[in-house]
Design a protein around this ligand. Sequence first.
Ligand code: CP
Length: 315
Amino acid sequence: MRHLIDFGDLSRAEWEQLYQRTSEIIDHPADFMEICKGRVAASLFFEPSTRTNFSFQTAMLRVGGTVFGFADPNSSSVAKGECLKDTIKMVSGYADVVVMRNPREGAAKAASLYSDVPVINAGDGGHMHPTQTTTDLTTITRMLGGVDGISIGLCGDLKNGRTVHSLIKALAKFDNVKFYLISPRELAVPEYIRAFMKEKGLWSVEVTGLENVIPQLDVLYMTRIQRERFVDPLEYERNKGIYVLTRRKLERARKNMLVMHPLPRVDEIALDVDDDPRAAYFQQARYGMFSRMAILSDLANQPRMRPEPVEIGTT
Ligand code: CP
């Protein structure tokens, strides 16, 4: 693995290896405290973040490395007009791995073409968020014992939710997963995801109501309506608050169903659901740190793609 841009680039065997490493780190963190000693991560967040930014930073510190970067691009020369290519060229000269979140779809892929060190996509617009997916799969595997054969309800803004797009691509690598796609019609999964599901022959139904499908689910994956992605504010106003998971709705769910959410939540899970034993989202966020420790322990230790020039010579 040279870069982590799209979970779809990983084979199932590579995922199994990554999960194995993540489990070892969860169970024996002290054994990994120096695995990235002397390594440096660049953390470039062109968009706001709490979980991804802080879990990557703490992950790097917990495996013995160090981190530099920005959470606000206006504190860098991006504010003076420096382009992505030049920013990545500079930063990849100082770091062993680059973690980047950017509002533009495809930005992480572009960065990987300019970088001399591995690039990790920490979210590119409404497109993909592969390290959220490694977090999600870790949570399901640890808490349900496996991913094959699960029935999952993906609920909310399926059009703009990059965590959902990434997760669907990942779940396609497992056997007999059933997808319940729960959204308003105007926030249904984008065409490229629908085409991908069709090509892979995935079992799925698209519905607008949450209550009727809850009893079928092993995992309910709630997502927020992504206000920052709406071009038309009226479309957001029409859809905000459309799904709210309450304790009463949970009464219809299986006793061991997981309630997951990539977070942040706005209002789509009532606060008192947090006390239900099925509420997995805070544990999910914690697993994110361990998953990122596993990813960094591999990618921050890769050799640079271009060796240092020795001598240009004279004419
Ligand atoms: N899940 C997630 O990406 O959260 P942040 O936006 O806080 O990083």
